[in-house]
Design a protein around this ligand. Structure first.
Ligand code: PMP
Length: 441
């Protein structure tokens, strides 16, 4: 499967420095052919601090891409939480321990009170996988509806709900229906109604083929679909449709969660509807693998009678202390408010840049999850993956890291750690300005 911003293997390796070429060869010898590296000239990063990454030669790169190190790379308090607890005890959730309970309590305080149970996993994929099992159990349905370029994870079950992986070029599995995401830039004028109509057709078609709908699952900022965040409320009618058919609204917050969207702590809160199930992961442990699933108690009650749940590493004392430290830093340092302010400044500067660059079709996003839609021309809005690729690699050459997303591989994905400041926006935008000037408009 072709990946956006992927390093294209052996043929591209010829022009690389010998050291890097040897490492890449070793990597493919050992890890096999399914892995991908980023960039035309892949990076060999050896150290990180705050919003900066350092390569093996000591060159520093501004990280405007990585959302996992949400409070900054190698944050001292997170590292201390990890090492302190690792030196005392690390077991699992089959023994009573306060760390997992304290964290669960603090995490749940960030949710509406209806969503009062949390279950821990290690990855977002596992969280969505568990969500699917619980949704099927709770509704008696077997069908799922997802957006047409969604990514929800790597297990057998959730890769079936991840069309951006490509289904090995075959059709979607029989229990899955894909719907166009709510796209205010290229879609119809009433995005919410169009999205709901797609969901209704999908739900009906599933039923016709023997799959009552269990859930509508989407990333609340539609990141792999190209970062689709507006208008507010665009998902509401679709949620009504799926609930009327007996299915659940499953919000994937693996990308959008933990204050990234600025104005709200979770992406779903921007649109106002309370999901039945929420999955989260990535930034939860600032790089340490912890993820989870939050839900209403009634939804998991039947599942718990029929099945038990255990995840060897999910919610262990070390992970819980790490995740607690991350949450503490987000709260204490006022990162949500910072994201709102810095995100607004970033959008303002991008819009200024757009006035001078015809290839910028649209600037959109929420908080510090920003997409810049690169087009051949504004009239046709035809996606330009070539320009996006040239910009991503041109920035990388100049020491700034972003990537691209969307079904057309043409949306610049700007998604830095939340400790990004206005001065970092200035570096990013000045470098982008210079890069755009060197890329054919
Ligand atoms: N959901 C979304 C929206 C994601 O972006 C990802 C990871 N890119 C996942 C789920 C899966 O998370 P993980 O890689 O931790 O399994």
């Amino acid at each position: 499967m072709q990946m956006i911003n992927a390093f294209e293997g052996a043929s591209a390796a010829q022009s690389l420095p010998t050291d890097l070429k040897e490492r890449i060869a070793r990597r493919s010898r050992l890890l096999g052919p399914a892995y991908r590296l980023f960039y035309r000239e892949p990076l060999h990063i050896v150290r990180g601090a705050g919003v900066w990454l350092y390569d093996v030669q000591g060159r520093k790169y501004l990280d405007a891409y990585n959302n996992v190190p949400v409070v900054g790379h190698c944050h001292q308090e997170v590292v201390a939480a990890l090492t302190n607890q690792a030196a005392i005890l690390n077991t699992h959730t089959r023994y009573v321990h306060d760390a997992v309970l304290n964290y669960a309590e603090n995490l749940l305080q960030h949710f509406p009170q209806e969503l009062s149970h949390v279950m821990f996993t290690c990855t977002g994929s596992e969280a969505n996988d568990l969500g699917m099992r619980i949704a099927k159990h709770s509704t008696g349905g077997t069908g799922f509806v997802v957006s047409s370029f969604a990514y929800h994870g790597a297990t057998e079950a959730v890769s079936a709900l991840s069309p951006s992986l490509g289904y090995n070029l075959g059709p979607a599995p029989a229990h899955v229906r894909l719907v166009p995401p709510p796209d205010a830039y290229r879609g119809s004028s009433d995005v919410g109604q169009a999205f709901a109509a797609g969901v209704k057709a999908a739900v009906d078609d599933l039923a016709k083929h023997g799959h009552r709908v269990a859930g509508l699952l989407f990333d609340t900022v539609f990141s792999s679909d190209g970062i689709l965040t507006h208008p507010i409320g665009m998902i509401d009618a679709a949620v009504d449709v799926v609930r009327a058919a007996g299915g659940l609204y499953m919000a994937d917050e693996v990308q959008a969660g933990f204050a990234r969207t600025g104005e709200t702590f979770w992406g779903f809160q921007r649109h106002g509807r309370i999901p039945d199930i929420v999955s989260m992961g990535k930034p939860m442990g600032n790089g340490h693998p912890i993820a989870g699933l939050v839900m209403r108690p009634d939804i998991v009650a039947g599942f718990a009678k029929a099945s038990r749940y255990f995840n060897t590493f999910g919610g262990n004392p070390v992970s819980s202390q790490v995740a607690q430290a991350v949450l503490t830093v987000i709260e204490r340092d006022g990162l949500q408010a910072q994201v709102t302010q810095v995100g607004a400044y970033l959008v303002q500067r991008l819009k200024q840049l757009a006035t001078r660059n015809e290839c910028i079709g649209d600037v959109r996003g929420a908080g510090l999850y920003i997409g810049v839609d690169m087009v051949k021309d504004r009239q046709s809005k035809t996606p330009s993956p070539q320009i996006a690729d040239a910009v991503v690699n041109g920035l990388r050459e100049r020491g700034v890291l972003i990537s691209a997303c969307g079904a057309g591989a043409n949306v610049l994905k700007i998604r830095p750690p939340l400790v990004f400041e206005n001065k970092h926006v200035d570096i990013l935008l000045d470098t982008l300005d210079e890069t755009l000037a060197s890329v054919a408009n």
